[in-house]
Design a protein around this ligand. Structure first.
Ligand SMILES: Nc1ncnc2c1ncn2[C@@H]1O[C@H](COP(=O)(O)OP(=O)(O)O)[C@@H](O)[C@H]1O
Ligand SMILES: [Mg+2]
Length: 379
């Protein structure tokens, strides 16, 4: 292999499993750098398709199509982690998959993920596996109430989870799992939620973005602000945790760590995502390198870009609910000339569906939050 043999240079074709907004913004960043993009996803009208050079529309289980997709690209990455292992393995027989299927396997199941973190000394809330009503009864006795019962697999945006506050809710909550494997977690009475998007290359270069502070509404991310309003020591500790986790998992690519900050300033890992993250969207407008370009660089073996924040910034999600009284009045939000609008090209605006986001840069984090909240409510 030549000295530069591990670099996948601009002009090459990048493959993405998944066609949602993360894939769309990855494709846009990759194109800017001169790459071609092929998408594989089950839906015909995915947000990423209009900005891709080619889209393979087939179920993830169609391994013949998966192989054809893999043959058409130079590297495969993800924007969605609930891809079956067999799909990433089929790709890996043809081209490098970054991060590897092993990382995907651990992070797509909450029990495996928390067991991995705990085994390597990363802080997590106490948890138990739930396979029966008796498991849930003893878990609530051991870990106490309140606590959060989640399906071990396929959860996102709070789907498949429920907070238990009293023993009277146990049996109904167990029934709600519908036979799926569950996890019961001790409730974390957190002061804040934060996340760290970290990137790592084949030769071990690591870079984390500044810590993002996240506010959820109805279990869905609502607003992210950066810099996070946390002490410098917590900022450093969060970035160190990110580095430790990416290095332990030997991630090549991006991985997001969602964290709770306890009232006494301790960090507890909530979950991992082996990809870009909704909380990282403000990097598009506020950092020297955005998270999508960083993913391109990391999976292609290019040096990582600067993660420096150019200005305090805030991001607010635009859910389908914004459309409930008719088409949003974009001109009102954009009357703030520092406001940036990002829409994902989705045609049906169901309540709770992520349709786009807005970002504002400002003198202070508080001013940026006020700006995005005002802009959103003016729509
Ligand atoms: N153990 C917990 N204690 C307190 N709040 C929690 C706990 N687990 C989840 N939550 C809340 O629910 C949100 C969504 O949970 P999460 O595990 O991140 O699932 P998802 O995959 O849906 O994002 C978290 O961001 C947090 O606000
Ligand atoms: Mg989460």
């Amino acid at each position: 292999m030549s000295l530069h043999g591990h670099i996948i240079p601009p002009g090459a074709t990048l493959g993405v499993l998944g066609g949602g907004q993360l894939g769309r913004m990855f494709a846009m960043a990759a194109r800017r750098l001169g790459y071609r993009i092929h998408i594989f996803c089950p839906e015909a009208d995915s947000p990423a398709a209009p900005v891709a050079d080619r889209t393979f529309v087939a179920p993830y289980e169609d391994l013949e199509q998966v192989e054809a997709f893999a043959r058409s690209v130079d590297v495969v990455t993800f924007e969605f982690e609930n891809v079956p292992s067999a799909t990433s393995e089929a790709c890996a027989r043809v081209v490098p998959v970054r991060p590897e299927g092993r990382v995907l396997h651990i992070t797509q199941q909450r029990l495996r993920e928390k067991t991995f973190l705990q085994a390597h000394g990363f802080p997590v809330t106490p948890f138990r596996a739930i396979h029966s009503l008796a498991d849930l009864q003893s878990a609530t006795r051991d870990l106490g109430l309140p606590g959060v019962l989640k399906t071990a697999s396929f959860g996102y945006d709070g789907k498949g989870q429920r907070t238990l506050r009293s023993a009277s809710e146990i049996s109904e909550a167990f029934t709600g799992l519908g036979g799926a494997e569950g996890i019961y977690e001790a409730f974390v009475d957190f002061a804040q939620e934060v996340s760290v998007v970290g990137a790592r290359t084949l030769d071990g270069q690591f870079a984390a973005f500044p810590v993002f502070e996240n506010v959820h509404a109805n279990h869905i991310l609502d607003v992210t602000v950066c810099p996070a309003r946390i002490p410098a020591a917590v900022e450093t500790a969060a970035r160190d945790l990110s580095r430790g986790i990416l290095e332990t998992l030997e991630v090549i690519g991006l991985l997001t760590v969602e964290l709770f900050v306890s009232r006494d300033g301790r960090l507890i890992v909530n979950e991992l995502a082996p990809r870009t993250h909704n909380s990282g969207h403000l990097t598009l407008d506020a950092c020297i390198t955005c998270q999508f370009e960083q993913q391109v660089r990391a999976v292609c073996g290019l040096p990582l870009g600067s993660t420096e924040l150019k200005s305090p910034a805030a991001m607010a999600n635009l859910l389908g609910d914004v459309w409930k009284d008719g088409p949003p009045r974009w001109e009102r939000a954009l009357s703030n000339p520092r406001l940036k609008l990002h829409l994902y090209g989705k045609t049906s605006a169901r309540p709770g569906r992520k349709m786009g986001h807005i970002t504002a840069t400002a003198e202070t984090p508080e001013a940026a939050i006020t700006a995005v909240r005002q802009a959103r409510s003016s729509l």
